[in-house]
Design a protein around this ligand. Structure first.
Ligand code: SF4
Length: 328
């Protein structure tokens, strides 16, 4: 049974220089804004991709969701219950993370069976004969043969290690799975099979999936909905099909243009103009204006809000929802 996930006005700031040191140096204290007031809800069983360039705040959001990062302000609710800053073991079980590098979370001295059994024991989820049966069930869930139970991490391929990472998360029977760049380190063919596995797990277990990715193309076939983040804020939040066929935000358009395509030669991909500004000094008005080819004076002065036909079909751009030729 899964529940609605809600994020309310989430803010994460990191002080770069403490107030006391700043006073001693006669300078102002600097603060890096990683997440700048995110609010969204995810219905049970939905698959949402959170996409953006490195440093846009998507991984900080992921860490907040699983309780590894305490927010500066705002709250996260699951099924209407506010998850506390210091999560209990029961709270942590409800939202689990699959990491980019599964090797770092796999103990090299333990077999797969021992690792999974230990997890089941610690969380009191199986005892005695139930443990062996549950380990077999978890391996079957992630589509690995039963003999893998006796293997050590060094015996496994990258794709198999990632499947064990997913099995570890599933062992705790979560309601929400957060996959943080979970296929980024895998070969293209293995990426596709692991993404298919996520889609099948979601259908079979009714899980809510949050995919964190820098790669829009990679999430195209697994996400119902895509949220595009830029400098700590969501700038476009749309059903996947609409976003890919009719992007409204110039940043989303630029990300799509920059994605590798079969009909382009390697190296011909247009790159996004410029670098993201420093998250220590966010631009005035629209945070994308220094890189936006459509920017007008109003963009430099007034921050656009997320608006659109519905709460899950929104874009933060003064020129969104106009005819394409009006924006060019
Ligand atoms: Fe570009 Fe203006 Fe839209 Fe921002 S609000 S994305 S600067 S057109």
């Amino acid at each position: 049974m899964t529940s609605e996930l809600a994020v309310d006005d989430l803010v994460v700031r990191f002080p770069l220089r403490s107030a006391m040191v700043a006073r001693l140096l006669g300078r102002t204290s600097e603060v890096l804004t990683a997440v700048d007031g995110l609010s969204f809800t995810v219905p049970p069983g939905e698959s949402v991709a959170v996409v953006g360039e490195s440093g846009c705040g998507k991984s900080t959001l992921a860490r907040c969701l699983v309780g590894l990062q305490a927010p500066t302000a705002g709250r996260i609710r699951l099924g209407g219950q506010v998850l506390p800053r210091r999560r209990t073991r029961g709270d942590r079980r409800r939202i689990q993370m699959v990491f980019q590098d599964p090797s770092s979370s796999l103990n090299p001295t333990m077999t797969v069976a021992t690792m999974l059994a230990e997890l089941l024991h610690v969380h009191d989820l199986a005892r005695g004969d139930q443990v062996r049966a549950r380990v077999a069930e978890l391996l079957e869930l992630v589509q690995l043969p039963g003999r893998i139970a006796a293997a050590y991490p060094r015996d496994l391929s990258g794709g198999q290690r990632q499947r064990i990472g997913i099995a570890r998360a599933l062992a705790l029977e979560p309601e929400v799975l957060v996959a943080d760049e979970a296929v980024a380190a895998l070969d293209a063919s293995v990426q596709a099979s692991v993404l298919n596995l996520f889609a099948e797990l979601r259908a079979r277990l009714g899980l809510t999936l949050i995919f964190i990715s820098h790669d829009l193309a990679a999430v195209r076939h697994v996400a119902d909905r895509v949220m595009v983040m830029y400098l700590g804020a969501v700038v476009e939040d749309r059903p996947a099909e609409s976003l890919f066929t009719d992007p409204q935000h110039p940043y989303t358009q630029a990300l799509l243009d920059a994605a590798p395509r079969l009909d382009r030669r390697l190296g011909d991909e247009p790159s996004l103009p410029g670098e993201p500004p420093s998250p220590v000094a966010l631009p005035s008005g629209c945070r994308f204006h220094p890189r936006c080819i459509h920017a007008i004076d109003h963009c430099r002065e007034t921050e656009p809000v997320l608006t659109g036909p519905s709460a899950t079909d929104r874009t933060a751009c003064h020129l969104a929802w106009r005819d394409t030729h009006e924006r060019r």
